[in-house]
Design a protein around this ligand. Structure first.
Ligand SMILES: [Zn+2]
Ligand SMILES: [Zn+2]
Ligand SMILES: [Zn+2]
Length: 89
């Protein structure tokens, strides 16, 4: 009886864990800071540290993705999905 209850709890925990992982889209995949904040190089969120979307629909702080792209030569890839990185027009 006790074992059965534990299993249900574990299943629930896994469901919550999977959901939490999805929600990480709310943070920048490069610096791990929240999108409503700014990258570690900036002190104030807002227009000075905008979000930039790639063609693959992943978003990053402008400063983070610029640093990443500059370090990925000749062809930068999205740090999240490893597709060829292109700035969304
Ligand atoms: Zn960032
Ligand atoms: Zn910044
Ligand atoms: Zn991507």
């Amino acid at each position: 009886m006790k074992v059965k209850i534990l299993r249900i709890l574990l299943d629930r925990w896994h469901a919550v864990a999977a959901w939490t992982w999805d929600a990480q889209d709310e943070t920048c995949g490069i610096c791990r800071m929240a999108f409503d904040g700014c990258c570690p190089d900036c002190k104030f969120p807002g227009d000075d540290c905008p979000l930039i979307w790639g063609a693959c629909n992943h978003a990053f702080h402008l400063h983070c993705i610029l640093k990443w792209v500059n370090s990925q030569t000749p062809q930068p890839h999205c740090p999240m999905c490893r597709r060829e990185w292109q700035f969304k027009a």
